[in-house]
Design a protein around this ligand. Structure first.
Ligand SMILES: *[C@@H]1O[C@H](CO)[C@@H](O)[C@H](O)[C@H]1NC(C)=O
Ligand SMILES: *[C@@H]1O[C@H](CO)[C@@H](O)[C@H](O)[C@H]1NC(C)=O
Ligand SMILES: *[C@@H]1O[C@H](CO)[C@@H](O)[C@H](O)[C@H]1NC(C)=O
Length: 444
């Protein structure tokens, strides 16, 4: 601004008198403004750097001496601070909150609504997604049902993805869809602790009160993700072939296709594989979506050409970041019945699997046929849920004594109403965390 200001008649006159020539007349103001601006630049540089130093030292004085040189090294400090902040300062011992994605495709509308009902708790967050293969009417029906429900609309914690994604089975669009939901959940209700990705053919085996009760006791940085680096047959079937998912660029749904060229196994990072079902922490989701580290992005682009990327993307990212690998618990929290050897699809679970499901102590199971009678048995015997009703929980007692609109949290663990499901889940989780060599068995 100073530079463009015309010289005042006084100075111009004086310069004119002193120098006489045109160049001389401009020399003094020009020199002055150059001096002034370089002074300003120097000053601003000095102040901003000293402020940056002050800022980076002030939050964690103890870490000041180890001021990290690389951005990645700041992760751990950030994580510790976020860990407390994400749950609004409610650390271990407080009641956590869970963010769910429940997704489905054409014809899944009713099953999705049922799974949502069975999973519902007013302090959690839910994103429901019917992919583009589902007709617009089905998506509109789902949105209308959510809007019309007095409980969902009272707590406003169920979001329907209206601009749906085209999701190709086994394609990278599945991971893109999961990341999309995670991003919505970060924006909509930042104060959740864990993210769980389910489909319309999943169903819970414990109540949300059971789940929240058991999770209250856990460190908030544990990521439940089944994984291994022993990729075995997948090296030739998955890592080397290159696929293209038309869902990334086409409006019409069609299957993934293979190109003839093969690629070699990555050397820039190590591949991990495992179950597509997981429970991930807020910090890790933030790292994947908002992170400044480039690994989540490069690995995502790598997996764009990888068959069944949901079975590898998060596993490979989490195990290649030193700050996160020790947070992994090698379990997917699901009861899934595979053939031996496993085929592409698991068995549909029926009444015959009921005891197996209960004895697995897992909080979720898949995959269920629509309206299979075993779901009614789960409702009756495990969840205490009436058809189309909610699963009973401490929140119902709380609501009778207070009037809440909008966001709702259960503050105290004593206000939850855990049942036998909590005992089963506790057994599973304790077993996992006290396993021999737990500390040395991450990402092997
Ligand atoms: C997330 O959920 C969908 C279910 O619709 C599933 O197919 C997918 O593999 C899951 N996992 C990931 C990592 O996206
Ligand atoms: C993770 O655990 C291993 C084994 O206990 C340990 O050597 C390593 O330092 C830990 N890494 C981090 C980042 O804490
Ligand atoms: C809460 O109040 C409703 C009626 O307003 C009643 O039907 C229900 O039994 C009450 N629940 C509890 C747990 O007291």
């Amino acid at each position: 601004m100073l530079e463009t200001k015309p010289p005042s008649p006084g100075t111009a006159g004086a310069a004119g008198v002193a120098g006489g020539g045109y160049h001389r007349r401009w020399a003094a103001p020009l020199l002055a403004s150059v001096l002034l601006s370089s002074l300003l630049i120097a000053a601003s540089l000095f102040f901003s750097s000293s402020r940056a130093l002050l800022l980076s030292f002030s939050p964690l004085p103890s870490a000041a001496s180890a001021e990290p040189l690389f951005v990645e090294a700041k992760l751990r400090q950030q994580q510790q601070m976020r860990g407390a902040a994400a749950s609004g300062g409610r650390g271990r011992g407080a009641v956590p909150r869970i963010a769910y994605l429940v997704s489905g495709s054409a014809g899944d509308g009713a099953a999705l609504r049922r799974t949502l009902r069975a999973l519902y708790h007013p302090s959690n967050m839910y994103v429901v997604h019917l992919d583009l293969e589902a007709p617009a009417t089905e998506r509109a029906e789902l949105a209308a049902a959510v809007r019309a429900d007095p409980v969902y609309s009272r707590f406003r914690n169920v979001k329907v993805v209206t601009r749906a994604n085209l999701v190709t089975y086994r394609g990278p669009t599945m991971v893109a869809n999961t990341l999309h939901a995670a991003a919505i959940l970060l924006r909509e209700g930042g104060e959740w602790d864990w993210f769980i990705n389910l489909s319309a053919s999943d169903y819970p085996l414990v109540t949300q009160d059971d789940l929240l009760y058991v999770l209250s006791d856990l460190p908030r940085q544990l990521n439940f993700i089944e994984h291994t680096s022993d990729i075995g047959w997948k090296e030739y079937q998955r890592a080397k072939p290159v696929i293209i998912d038309p869902g990334l660029y086409s409006l019409q749904k069609s299957d993934v296709f293979w190109i003839t060229e093969k690629r070699s196994v990555p050397t820039a990072f190590k591949l991990f594989t495992g179950s597509a079902w997981m429970m991930l922490t807020h910090q890790f989701i933030e790292y994947c979506i908002w992170g400044w580290d480039n690994l989540p992005r490069t690995v995502l682009m790598y997996y764009a050409n990888f068959l069944s990327s949901p079975e590898g993307y998060f596993h490979t990212v989490i195990c290649n970041v030193p700050e996160f690998r020790n947070t992994t618990v090698n379990h997917d929290l699901h009861f899934i019945s595979w053939d031996n050897p496993p085929k592409q699809h698991p068995h549909y679970l029926t009444l015959n699997d009921f005891d197996g499901m209960v004895n697995s102590n897992a909080p979720f199971a898949r995959k269920f046929g629509r309206e299979d009678p075993v779901l009614d048995k789960i409702d009756q015997e495990l969840l205490g849920r009436q058809p189309d009703g909610f699963v009973a929980g401490g929140w119902m007692d709380l609501l009778n004594t207070t009037t809440v609109k909008g966001s709702f949290t259960v503050e105290r663990v004593q206000d939850l109403r855990p049942g036998p499901g909590a005992d089963r889940l506790k057994k599973l989780v304790t077993g996992l965390l006290t396993q021999e060599g737990f500390d040395d068995k991450h990402c092997l």
